[in-house]
Design a protein around this ligand. Structure first.
Ligand SMILES: O=P(O)(O)OC[C@H]1O[C@](O)(CO)[C@@H](O)[C@@H]1O
Length: 252
């Protein structure tokens, strides 16, 4: 695990954007795994700005999003499809046929999940996957559980995730109770993972992710098994890390 700690959210967002842009520059048909949530917002802003300034093309890039709520239309301002369109896809020259986000309005969740897995496999797996992390250690929408769900699946959201995400909705009752998410094996099959976390609310989950026991009750802890992962933290998200001498730490 490579852990990089910077002073600010802005700095880690620039680093994350750099990983994304370099991947696109170096491999014109790269496959990107993309997150939603508040954390990657600045990364997307930087990517869009750089795209406008430089000669970068996303024409042959394929993307797979981590998750989507069940029951929200693409046009719903809280759907992750809408989020991605607003914050990234409508600003770049990506081919819309290359965008993949689980369909939360499908009539068959089982076949949607299976198709999603097959599409990732057919694309040659994800070259670089960006992750946020929930306060409870969730990645994508893989909530704390008794076991790791390997593949893309339907998940029942935990009440604390519903509470936290209710800030985006008019009222808590409007927050969907279920979602479709990539599974843990799907996530680990990415060739490179970049996890971004900012703020002290993530500090406990981050210290357990980095040096806690690998435990499905803290889903991100499984990332210890990935052989090419970079964790980008601001000082606050890093404040609970006690002993990282065994890690390759870049602290600038
Ligand atoms: O970046 P935020 O808004 O703190 O969200 C953290 C996590 O929560 C989710 O948005 C889902 O609740 C994830 O997609 C994200 O990784």
């Amino acid at each position: 695990m490579e852990v990089i700690i910077k002073n600010s959210y802005q700095e880690i967002s620039s680093l994350a954007a750099g990983y994304l842009l370099n991947t696109v520059k170096n491999k014109e048909n790269a496959v990107l795994g993309l997150p939603t949530g508040s954390t990657p917002l600045e990364m997307y802003k930087i990517v869009v700005n750089e795209y406008k300034k430089n000669n970068i093309s996303f024409k042959n890039i394929k993307t797979f999003n981590l998750d989507e709520y069940i029951g929200l239309n693409k046009t719903d301002k809280n759907s992750y499809y809408f989020f991605m369109e607003k914050n990234l896809f409508s600003h770049i020259d990506i081919n819309w046929a290359n965008i993949n986000i689980p369909n939360g309005m499908t009539s068959s969740i089982e076949s949607e999940c299976l198709n999603y897995e097959n599409k990732i496999k057919k694309a040659g797996f994800i070259d670089i996957l960006f992750l946020g992390i929930g306060k409870n250690g969730h990645i994508g929408f893989n909530e704390p559980a008794e076991y790791f769900e390997p593949h893309t699946h339907e998940v029942k959201l935990h009440q604390n995730t519903i509470n936290i995400n209710s800030r985006f909705f008019n009222k808590i009752e409007d927050v969907p109770k279920k979602a479709i998410t990539m599974g843990i094996k799907t996530i680990l099959s990415a060739k490179k993972i970049v996890l971004i976390a900012a703020g002290s609310s993530k500090a406990e989950a981050i210290s357990k992710t980095i040096s806690g026991k690998i435990d499905p009750r803290l889903p991100a802890s499984i990332l210890q098994l990935h052989n090419n992962i970079t964790i980008l933290l601001d000082n606050e998200a890093a404040e609970n890390i006690k002993d990282y001498n065994f890690l390759k730490v870049g602290c600038l």
